[in-house]
Design a protein. Structure first.
Length: 195
């Protein structure tokens, strides 16, 4: 099992990075947020999961153990493969995903790539008891979700569509982990200015 890679990033593909470790280049499938955050020539550390298939070996890499844990949990759900699991991690921060599952928000899950109504229902049923967050982290999940909800409504009030607001907030939450509504809005508006 390959659980971690630490080396020089030598190339980036559409959904992959190649990391040189001890003279061996490992092609690693990564979420979009990680792909955007790294540069060729940079030293990186990835938490990985090796998947063995009949005809291939594939390595999936993540920024932190929490992302890898969510990937592992998603892989236990019938109908969710590695591509869908990486798509979820590309679209939603880990804590937001947990919030959607714990609050049984099927609508939020069906917005994720590769997840239909049936799969969203399966994810909720199969994962809600597996998400063992301590009470302090659970409270933080709810607080962040409330702030994101308020930020979405504020951006809509400023004239942005719900889709634009949600996309900007997904990007903003990747670099923002606090509970300050104004700071989150400023970060989201930076992304909206680029569109």
């Amino acid at each position: 099992m390959i659980s971690q890679l630490n080396g020089m990033l030598i190339s980036k593909g559409k959904n992959t990075v190649t990391v040189m470790v001890g003279g061996v280049g490992f092609e690693v499938n990564v979420p979009a947020g990680l792909l955007a955050a790294v540069e060729v020539g940079q030293q990186i550390n990835l938490y990985t999961r090796l998947l063995v298939r009949d005809d291939s070996l594939q390595v999936y890499g993540f920024r932190n153990p929490e992302e890898r844990t969510l990937f592992d949990m998603l892989m236990t759900v019938q109908g969710v493969g590695p591509r869908t699991a990486v798509g979820v991690l590309s679209s939603l921060p880990v804590m937001e995903f947990y919030k959607a599952v714990l609050s049984q928000n099927e609508r939020a899950l069906t917005r994720l790539p590769g997840i239909g109504k049936k799969t969203a229902g399966r994810i909720i049923v199969e994962l809600r008891d597996k998400i063992g967050l301590p009470k302090d982290k659970l409270a933080l999940v709810h607080t962040q979700a409330d702030i994101i909800g308020e930020a979405t409504e504020a951006l809509i009030a400023l004239g942005y569509s719900r889709q634009e607001a949600e996309e900007a907030l997904v990007l903003a939450t990747r670099s923002f982990s606090g509970s300050d509504l104004e700071a989150l809005l400023r970060e989201a508006l930076k992304y909206l200015a680029r569109f």
